[in-house]
Ligand binder design. Structure first.
Ligand code: GTP
Length: 380
């Protein structure tokens, strides 16, 4: 499961969904009617043409966006990559060796999570003629700069400034993401204080260089909890041109169906691709991740064919689960495509009530799946 989603990147990207995907599609009717308008029935403001067009724009024929991991030595770059994309346990990162050359990986777990990740060694010398930073930044979608919050960050801030200004000159469209990392060692007050200080200093440096227009986003992260997955989700979402459309679809999906929150998850990386427009809290996100783990673990133990467990996958078109929490909330997980899952939160009363709202949610769900499946097959 894990290794399937991440492949070594020096080769060509895997671009096609395989046969299983077609099988998954087969369970939904595939007529060519106007899916989007059917889904948006009664909610014209969500069904704008822009939303539909968004799926087709900017993806076909394009190379995968590049995500760069930069920062000082030992700031935690390789650990982040290993924990998020290789399911390495955080404690094992203690034994990681220092990276001394650029490591590239191709992350292709689903059509919506499809990019290259480049892990840089700590000391990059922009003046080294063998380092073609112009070429690197030109194809970059997001630059993640990792700052070790447990260390003195003065040098990291000057490196951040140098890196961001160089990259911006080459490619002003890069999203600059600053991970204030290793915050597991800090109290909540201390975290907020550090974030404020780092944000202020970084902005002052940009203002001094008259580059206030460069936007930096800040995240408090640690590999010892879900914060690193949540931060990575937000970074990846910015690279998905269909994000506004997906959010609209999820808003429509939950409206009038008794569902309070819906997430579209990449099952392999546990990055959430999109959610409806209500706010996300960390606890809800953690619950989703735990539920995905439970589904895959149970499926690996009891779900595979007894005769030959190597045949089949622990996650397929029949994957679904319902968990009732002790606070009258129900969490519902359902497969969408080979790599995507919908995770929904709803009240027990709404779940029990087999009325029109539930039926309507079912219809909307099938429509939603159909649109997502079609688009993901078409584009990559
Ligand atoms: N406490 C804590 N330690 C972390 C965290 N992330 C990484 N580390 C530790 O930081 C150390 C350095 O991590 P690496 O991932 O090797 O750092 P790097 O930035 O890739 O280092 P270079 O390859 O030298 O550039 C390791 O001992 C990790 O276990 C975190 O979130 N919290």
């Amino acid at each position: 499961m894990t290794s399937e989603g991440v492949s070594n990147c020096c080769g060509e990207a895997e671009e096609k969904e395989d046969d299983n995907e077609d099988m998954a599609m087969g369970c939904y009717d595939d007529d060519d009617d106007d899916d989007f308008s059917a889904l948006t029935e009664g909610n014209p403001e969500w069904g704008s043409e822009d939303g539909v067009l968004g799926f087709n724009e900017g993806l076909s024929g394009e190379v995968k966006p590049r995500v760069l991991l930069m920062g000082l030595r030992r700031s935690g770059k390789s650990s982040i990559q290993k924990v998020v994309f290789h399911k390495m346990s955080p404690n094992e990162t203690l034994f990681l060796e220092s990276t001394n050359k650029i490591c590239r990986e191709d992350v292709s777990s689903s059509s919506f999570v499809s990019f290259q990740i480049w892990d840089f060694p700590g000391q990059i010398d922009f003046f080294d003629p063998t380092f073609d930073y112009e070429m690197i930044f030109r194809g970059t979608g997001a630059l993640i700069f990792v700052i070790d919050s447990q260390d003195d960050y003065v040098e990291a801030l000057s490196r951040l400034h140098l890196t961001v200004t160089r990259a911006y000159k080459v490619n002003p469209d890069i999203h600059f993401e600053v991970f204030i990392h290793k915050v597991d060692g800090l109290s909540d007050d201390h975290k907020i204080e550090k974030q404020g200080d780092i944000r202020r200093r970084a902005s002052d440096d940009l203002a001094d260089a008259r580059l206030e227009r460069i936007h930096l986003s800040f995240y408090l992260t640690s590999i010892y909890d879900h914060s690193i997955f949540e931060a990575f989700s937000k970074v990846v979402q910015k690279l998905i041109p269909q994000l506004p459309t997906l959010e609209n679809l999820l808003n429509i999906f939950i409206s009038n169906s008794g569902i309070e929150k819906a997430f579209l998850f990449d099952v392999v990386s546990k990055i959430y691709i999109a959610t409806d427009s209500s706010p996300v809290d960390m606890q809800t996100y953690e619950l989703c991740c735990d539920m995905i783990d439970v589904v895959i673990d149970i499926s690996c133990i009891y779900g595979l064919a007894e005769e030959d467990p190597a045949v089949g996958s622990p996650y397929d078109k029949d994957s679904m689960a319902i968990i009732r929490l002790n606070n009258t909330t129900v969490v519902y997980l359902k497969e969408v495509t080979k790599f995507l899952a919908m995770v929904c939160f709803l009240r027990e009363e709404s779940f029990e009530r087999k009325d029109l709202r539930v039926v309507s949610a079912g219809v909307r769900y099938r429509r939603l799946v159909k649109i997502i499946t079609k688009q993901s097959n078409r584009l990559w």
